[in-house]
Design a protein around this ligand. Structure first.
Ligand SMILES: Cc1cc2nc3c(=O)[nH]c(=O)nc-3n(C[C@H](O)[C@H](O)[C@H](O)COP(=O)(O)OP(=O)(O)OC[C@H]3O[C@@H](n4cnc5c(N)ncnc54)[C@H](O)[C@@H]3O)c2cc1C
Length: 427
């Protein structure tokens, strides 16, 4: 028996195992896939490396930096941009409206001036109108919400926003309508990325010396007898179980889970993401590391350039892009694989970023769990599920265990915190 069993070898599970080892405890990580990394893993096509979605590090946490910085990294200045109706706007759009037509700018400023003051917005739609006014809200973030979160903003609470959405002053909005020479107000000032090997390389200092068993998919958990059973029929006994498996998948595996907890877990939902990865035969395709697309008829909400993150991600004189298309039960992925690939290629041509003969390949992969969705009441439902897990000796960790909008640094800290609390409580 291992003292500690950890399910999932993403950054939360790897971090838990690493910090268990630092605390002198024996831990084994069981991972369903054939490699460690989880969402931070990558894949290679014809010499082009693609992370699973954008993945850059902008952590300010000194402890996480002390781990990530052991890997040689490149430092990028974040310069995202936005595409809407054939125009490119600086980021964020609300204080960079310069490329819009004059009458549109007037309407945007007037509606910003007349925005309602709401002390306690009931939902994300009210929050948007309160922050930006009707015009900006409806033209940009409302449409983006439906693409990224797959539901209208009325369906979302405001608990996830944090510093993600910039709140400009009137001066900033006005300045942004008159000039393109606006200051960069993006919430991070530096984006870091490993020189070689893709984003998951940041995890390597925690991986060496960690006991990771791959191709081990947990299928059933018996909390009374304290063991996990895998799809291959083998079992792992534990003293304490840590799990980064998404809550809606974890709870049905647990023998004796009460019906109401099963229902609560089932009510939690996340978006999925389709990643369309494109290799190009020219050295540079875009200036921005990533950009957002507001046009509804273009399915992707965000596109990033792996080759700009690091030249190690593409063969010499080549470049690459990756489109992120989010979908869910509320907005299913439309059409066939071939349609989606053709659609992405057509978008590239429409945005005048590439011609047919520059496109070497387009590939589609999907990730079932991308962003947990903060619909109304989610936090209370999730907390009841987490409380139940803790009561039966299972500690949920990471983005889909904690069921929170965690960046990679926060997922690392989630695994660390869980182990340290358990070790401390054990005495
Ligand atoms: C689109 C997108 C963009 C992002 N961009 C950034 C960014 O730029 N910067 C940043 O810091 N963060 C970013 N993140 C967040 C980051 O990806 C997560 O915080 C982090 O990867 C979560 O790690 P985790 O270990 O909690 O979960 P995961 O990486 O999902 O790991 C869970 C692991 O559990 C395994 N598993 C599942 N079921 C089983 C089972 N039954 N048995 C055994 N194993 C199982 C899975 O295979 C997986 O390996 C982004 C996330 C998304 C979706």
């Amino acid at each position: 028996m291992s003292e500690i069993v950890i399910l999932g070898a993403g950054i939360a599970g790897i971090s838990a195992a690493y910090h268990a080892r630092l605390s002198g405890k024996k831990a084994v990580v069981y991972e369903a896939q054939g490699f460690w990394g989880g969402l931070l893993d990558n894949f290679v096509i014809d010499g082009f490396r693609f992370d699973k979605a954008i993945h850059l590090s902008f952590t300010n946490n000194k402890y996480v930096r002390s781990i990530f910085d052991q890997t040689p990294f490149l430092s990028h200045y974040p310069n995202p941009s936005n595409f809407e109706q054939g125009k490119w706007l600086k980021h964020p759009v609300q204080n960079n409206l310069y490329p819009l037509d004059v009458l549109d700018k007037v309407e945007a400023v007037m509606s910003f001036l007349n925005r309602p003051t709401l002390y306690n917005p009931a939902n994300y739609m009210e929050w948007l109108v309160h922050q930006y006014g009707d015009y900006i809200a409806n033209r940009f973030p409302v449409i983006y919400t439906q693409k990224y979160w797959t539901v209208p903003p009325e369906m979302l609470s405001t608990k996830w926003i944090g510093n993600r959405m910039y709140r400009p002053t009137l001066e900033e909005v006005l300045q942004g309508t008159m000039t393109s020479q606006t200051p960069n107000t993006y919430y991070a000032k530096e984006m870091r990325y490993p020189v070689k090997g893709g984003y998951r390389t940041f995890m390597e200092p925690m991986v060496s010396g960690t006991d990771i068993r791959i191709n081990k998919k947990a299928a059933r958990i018996q909390p009374k007898l304290k063991y996990v059973e895998f799809t291959d029929g083998t079992k792992a006994h534990y003293e304490q179980l840590f799990s980064s498996i998404p809550l809606p998948e974890l709870i049905p595996m647990i023998d004796g889970a009460p019906k109401e907890i099963v229902e609560l877990a089932d009510s939690l939902w996340a978006t999925s993401v389709a990643l369309i990865s494109i290799g190009l035969s020219k050295p540079k395709t875009v200036d921005s590391l990533w950009f957002y697309i507001y046009d509804e008829e273009m399915l992707a909400s965000r596109v990033h350039s792996p080759s700009l993150k690091s030249s190690d991600n593409a063969p010499k004189n080549c470049s690459s892009l990756q489109f992120e298309i989010f979908y869910s039960k509320y907005k299913p992925l439309p059409f066939s694989k071939s349609y989606l690939l053709e659609h992405a290629v057509n978008c590239l041509k429409q945005m005048k970023l590439a011609t047919d003969d520059e496109i070497l390949f387009a590939d589609l992969k999907v990730e079932r769990f991308a962003n947990v969705v903060f619909d109304h009441g989610m936090i209370s439902r999730r907390d009841q599920v987490r409380k139940y897990l803790n009561s039966i000796g299972i500690t949920p960790i990471g983005r889909f265990g904690e069921w929170d909008y965690l960046w990679s640094d926060q997922s690392l800290l989630s695994g660390k915190r869980a182990i340290e609390e358990w070790v401390h409580a054990k005495g």
